[in-house]
Design a protein around this ligand. Structure first.
Ligand SMILES: Cc1cc2nc3c(=O)[nH]c(=O)nc-3n(C[C@H](O)[C@H](O)[C@H](O)COP(=O)(O)O)c2cc1C
Ligand code: SF4
Length: 419
């Protein structure tokens, strides 16, 4: 029995993403037509609420609630931003949507714009996805030509335009306020809050930021109804999730799965198991900012609540499999190197904390660690978690802190080598 499903991804490989006619042939733009000609903003918000979908960018904020708040903000000029930055290592599910079903995403943006009362939408595409630019630009152009974008869409009073903006390749620009700074032409550093983006975002206008998968999912809800979605999953985590499975696994890729199947089913049944039948050492969930688990968590159901119980997160939907050829400390070092490179330098805990922790990790790697190194690294990591200015610094040490907790013997062994 197949463990994957196809609800958000139902259009994958069913049409030519370069052609709106091909999309219309599979009932494309049914959702936009239904939303803006038959549904009110409040009804769409209720549909999103009934699907209980949590934002798929990583923070897992309730989408129906977020749209309700965005709609309630006063203002006759608002913005919707599609966050297609996807900078989280081991996360490539948005790329699948962008390349295989760009029109479903555009529908989601139009529906979001109509719901919250926005006139303009921006797709913030990560620089590394520049090869998708022409595809997306063409999708926007053809949607405009068919009258689903632009002035008075489908003869209604609703007008909406979509603009494509490319990032410059910084991970921190996936954070909502940093992304906005970047579109405004400033360097990628997060804004102080309040004011919150929903009231004062891009060009000081009320702004809704949503992830690619979230927007594509809403199109699917409007088109197919939410019953077909919530029949999957568990009571507390209904529905499906697109995951990116990567690392030492036989069949890496993006898969849509129902919430509730176990990590073992994901890695061994869907992913074909660990390469060369090696033993699984650890897996990291939710990208580089996520925590890690050992093979003891393999029978944990993939749901928000069950993962939380074992210290893991859904996050971006990344699942990285690492086999026993890799030492835990070497894995931690690779993540640490990433965060040193990506820290924007705005705040001291993250800028200096990352560097100091990296020095200690290097000593562990080389077998030259000092007496208090582990305690110091742990203390600095907790300071970063509690005192950093944005989510990057707050989560950068998740991997180290979880590694120390889960593999204490490995760290003790390395400490002993250094003495
Ligand atoms: C450092 C950092 C990087 C982020 N990168 C992304 C990203 O690449 N894509 C994304 O959708 N959200 C990213 N987020 C989360 C966004 O700030 C925001 O919560 C999300 O885009 C909201 O959309 P959602 O509610 O649909 O999930 C990032 C957050 C942080 C702190
Ligand atoms: S935590 Fe501070 S230094 Fe790190 S990315 Fe955020 S603002 Fe920049």
């Amino acid at each position: 029995m197949t463990k994957t499903v196809s609800f958000i991804t139902e259009n994958f490989d069913k049409y030519d993403p370069n052609s709106i006619d091909s999309y219309l042939n599979i009932n494309g733009f049914t959702a936009v037509r239904k939303a803006i000609t038959t549904l009110s903003s409040g009804e769409i918000i209720n549909i999103a609420k009934s699907a209980t979908i949590k934002g798929r960018g990583g923070a897992a904020y309730d989408t129906g609630r977020k749209w309700g708040q965005a709609a309630a903000v006063q203002g006759d000029n608002k913005v919707v931003i599609c966050n297609a930055d996807e900078g989280e290592p081991c996360t490539f599910k948005d790329r699948s949507i962008l390349s295989k079903d760009p029109f479903r995403l555009i529908e989601g943006m139009i529906i979001a714009g109509y719901t919250v009362g926005a006139q303009n939408g921006y797709i913030y595409l990560r620089e590394e996805y520049r090869h998708l630019k022409s595809l997306i630009k063409n999708a926007i152009k053809e949607t405009m030509e068919k009258g689903f974008l632009g002035k008075n869409i489908l003869g209604t009073n609703f007008s909406f335009h979509i603009h494509l903006h490319s990032g410059a390749g910084a991970y921190v620009c996936g954070e909502g306020s940093t992304l906005i700074e970047s579109i405004e032409g400033k360097s990628g550093r997060p804004r102080i809050k309040p004011p919150y983006i929903k009231e004062c975002g891009l060009f000081q206008l009320p702004t809704l930021v949503n992830n690619v998968e979230t927007l594509a999912a809403v199109t699917a809800f409007i088109q197919n109804g939410t019953d077909d979605y919530i029949k999957y999953g568990t009571k507390l985590s209904p529905g499906t999730k697109i995951i990116s499975l990567a690392g030492n696994v036989n069949k890496p890729g993006t898969y849509e799965i129902p919430f509730g199947i176990t990590l073992r089913e994901i890695i061994y049944d869907i992913g074909g198991g660990v390469v060369d039948n090696n033993k699984l050492k650890l897996c990291q969930l939710g990208g580089a900012s996520g925590t890690i688990g050992s093979d003891s968590i393999l029978d944990t159901p993939y749901t928000y609540e069950d993962l939380e119980k074992v210290g893991l997160i859904v996050g971006s939907g990344g699942i990285l499999v690492v086999d026993d050829r890799t030492r835990v400390i070497d894995f931690v070092k690779s993540i640490q190197d990433f965060f040193i490179h990506e820290s924007c330098g705005k705040c001291t805990p993250c800028r200096e904390g990352n560097r100091q922790i990296a020095k200690i990790i290097d000593r562990f790697v080389q077998g030259t660690s000092g007496v208090n190194d582990l305690d110091t690294a742990e203390r600095f990591a907790n300071i970063m978690k509690n005192c950093s200015f944005c989510g990057l610094g707050e989560t950068a040490q998740n991997v180290l802190l979880s590694a120390i907790k889960i593999f204490p013997d490995e760290f003790k062994r390395l400490e002993a080598v250094g003495k």
